[in-house]
Write a protein that binds this ligand. Structure first.
Ligand code: ATP
Length: 134
């Protein structure tokens, strides 16, 4: 479609979005990345964050659990560990995940456990932020 991006969001469970949008905003390790039609080819790592997909009169947000974005000829592939729209987020689950991660961070058992807990905490906070919760 002219002047639009074809956007696919793919997780280990399969493709959750495959549609046309005017703009994509994602958070790469280097910072926020706004992608419009005609963008140069790119592959960039994405942090635990939100992705915003815009049409002319609407915008959808997706919580993503880190991964990669690839841009090639107006085709944007967001390949991520997890992706949820706000309606799919289970707030209680995210709150429990946050508490669990905070407990593990306090225990400071070993470096691997600590790093895992840090990432789990980031995912939980990201999900809660997405729905305006703490
Ligand atoms: P948990 O400890 O609750 O499983 P997690 O951050 O370790 O959280 P992930 O490994 O990121 O979970 O995701 C595993 C799967 O569960 C993915 O399909 C993800 O979309 C889903 N998921 C995780 N937490 C939530 C949540 N709070 N609401 C909805 N889906 C979730």
């Amino acid at each position: 479609m002219a002047n639009q991006l074809t956007v696919e969001v793919v997780t280990p469970d399969g493709q959750i979005i495959n549609d046309h949008f005017n703009m994509v905003v994602v958070h790469a390790e280097q910072g926020e990345l706004g992608i419009l039609p005609g963008h140069t080819p790119l592959i960039a790592p994405l942090i635990i964050s939100s992705a915003r997909l815009r049409t002319a009169d609407d915008s959808i947000k997706v919580a993503i659990g880190g991964g990669f974005v690839e841009v090639n000829q107006d085709h944007v592939t967001i390949l991520v560990q997890s992706a949820e729209s706000p309606a799919k987020i289970d707030v209680q689950r995210a709150r429990k995940a946050k508490e669990r991660a905070l407990r593990r961070i306090k225990q400071k058992r070993d470096h691997v456990d600590f790093r895992r807990a840090e990432l789990a905490l980031k995912r939980a906070i990201n999900r809660l932020n997405m729905v305006g919760e703490e």
